[in-house]
Design a protein around this ligand. Structure first.
Ligand code: CP
Length: 300
């Protein structure tokens, strides 16, 4: 599972059907199923994470897999050990699957060519975050019935976002229309070649869409010359309740987290009945259970 780019519409449907099953099981307060008792999974994170790391770990434990967690900051990577050596050492302990977050775009693809294990990309730099896009589409499907034909705008720092690219691929695969909205300096050139319209005006984008996926400014990847100022950004691209209420229609508000409250989204929007932000987080567990289960069925 290296990116949405490598998946078909049928793959997405299978993942969603499998997630439906796990979500139904979890809704019956069944916290654990015995599906992966003979599988060991390593979560290796070279970048910080709250939602993705915990959600993968919980999904693995709910499937009864054995789990080991690796944080680069406390590891021998600090002594100069390479990525391939690190992962091959972990695999020699009879690990079957690796979930990896890494700051370098393509790190998962690189690793998959050099080690003998299933790799799940948990975010590779500004490239892809496939399980985030899957849970985002799954949440839209849950809220609006289907993704096909829906109009989705992704707002904010598209240039540094792995969520944006994976969402564009996933939404288009399912027949949604996608726009992006943000400062010109934060819109990568490739988006228009993917058939995505760029709308520089936030009000117009919100008037057009059924769903707005608000992204944070990725300061950790930012050359600040690309960025106006936080106050200027919020004035032009931040969403507040007044703007939301003035649209004259109800749109769905999403955010992959972490939120910078008061910058891209105010608290009264993030916590409103139009927001499905916490549903996205909840659905992340079922989606990751589905992805792990389907990949593990190839190992067994
Ligand atoms: N959405 C997401 O990837 O959040 P984390 O960085 O906390 O994992």
């Amino acid at each position: 599972m290296l990116g949405i780019k490598y998946l078909s519409r049928e793959d997405l449907d299978l993942i969603f059907e499998t997630a439906d099953h796990f979500k139904e099981v979890l809704s019956r307060s069944i916290k654990k199923v015995p599906s992966l008792r003979d599988i060991t999974i390593a979560n290796i994170f070279f970048e910080n994470s709250t939602r993705t790391k915990l959600s993968f770990e919980l999904a693995e434990k709910r499937l009864s897999a054995d789990v080991i967690n690796f944080s680069a900051a406390q590891s021998s990577v600090r002594k100069g050990e390479t990525l391939i050596d690190t992962v091959n050492n972990i695999l020699s302990m009879k690990v079957d699957m690796v979930v990896m977050r890494h700051p370098n775009p393509g790190a998962g693809i690189f690793l998959s060519r050099h080690v003998n294990a299933s790799i799940i990309n948990a975010g590779d730099g500004a490239h892809e975050h496939p399980t985030q896009a899957l849970l985002d589409s799954y949440s839209i499907r849950e809220k609006l019935g289907e993704v096909a034909g829906k109009k989705v705008v992704i707002v904010g720092d598209i240039l540094h976002s792995r969520v944006a690219l994976s969402n564009i691929f996933a939404l288009q695969l399912q027949g949604a229309e996608v726009q992006v909205c943000g400062p010109r300096t934060l819109i990568p050139k490739y988006v228009e070649s993917l058939g995505v319209r760029v709308e520089p005006n936030l009000r117009k984008a919100l008037e057009w869409c059924d769903v707005a996926n608000m992204l944070r400014i990725q300061n950790e990847r930012m050359d600040m010359s690309y960025f106006p100022s936080t106050r200027e950004y919020t004035r032009q691209y931040g969403i507040d309740k007044k703007l939301l209420d003035s649209l004259g229609k109800e749109i769905v508000i999403m955010h992959p987290g972490p939120i910078n409250r008061g910058v891209e989204i105010t608290s009264d929007v993030a916590d409103s009945s139009q927001s499905i932000i916490l549903n996205q987080v909840e659905n992340g567990v079922a989606i990751r259970m589905a992805v792990i289960y389907l990949l593990a069925s190839r190992i067994k």
